[in-house]
Design a protein around this ligand. Sequence first.
Ligand SMILES: [Zn+2]
Ligand SMILES: [Zn+2]
Length: 211
Amino acid sequence: MSKTQSTIARPTDEHLAELYTVQRLGCPDIGKLYQRDAKTVHYWLKRAGIATRPRGSDPAQWFARGGDPRSFSGTKHSAASRTLIAIGSKGRKPYLRDGMHWLHTVPADQNPNWKGGATPERQEFYRTPEWKATAKAVWRREDACCQRCKLDWRTVDRASTPTFHIHHVISFAVREQRAVVSNLVLLCRPCHYWVHSNENERRAFLAEREA
Ligand SMILES: [Zn+2]
Ligand SMILES: [Zn+2]
């Protein structure tokens, strides 16, 4: 039993970006998946050129046992407090704002949990000849390069690099802009996820419907 080194291969930079930026896992969480410590994961992120969040910015970590000193984890409320909490929370619906889920009014593809929106309506639209001609025009205009990171689709290893996406600047929900070439941008998958994530604070590549 001399083998103490981890035998799990480290994730690709792309998968790392997906775990850290899209799924928003912290370094300790990713470390657990790959049997490495958080420091190693942080080093991988730096090397991959992935912008790291400041330490302690991950709310999940605040609740980890022995983590943030503000954490209540491991302690118990007294019977008296439990009664008070039960009374106080009676009839309260968590996660609801004015009786509605807080994301209810957010356009689907601006929802941070947006998964690509493969609704039947979308699928049908993406099969139309109109869309196919539009997509071709976008690929040609962008010269097959991601408009955020400039990755050239022709130079990537297609077996390990996922497909590129055509992103709608004004949401897909706005019908009349769906197949307008000037409303579309070619992005690689990680950049597309970034655009729709909370990391995109300046809302790059996003626009509201014109008034
Ligand atoms: Zn990109
Ligand atoms: Zn998009």
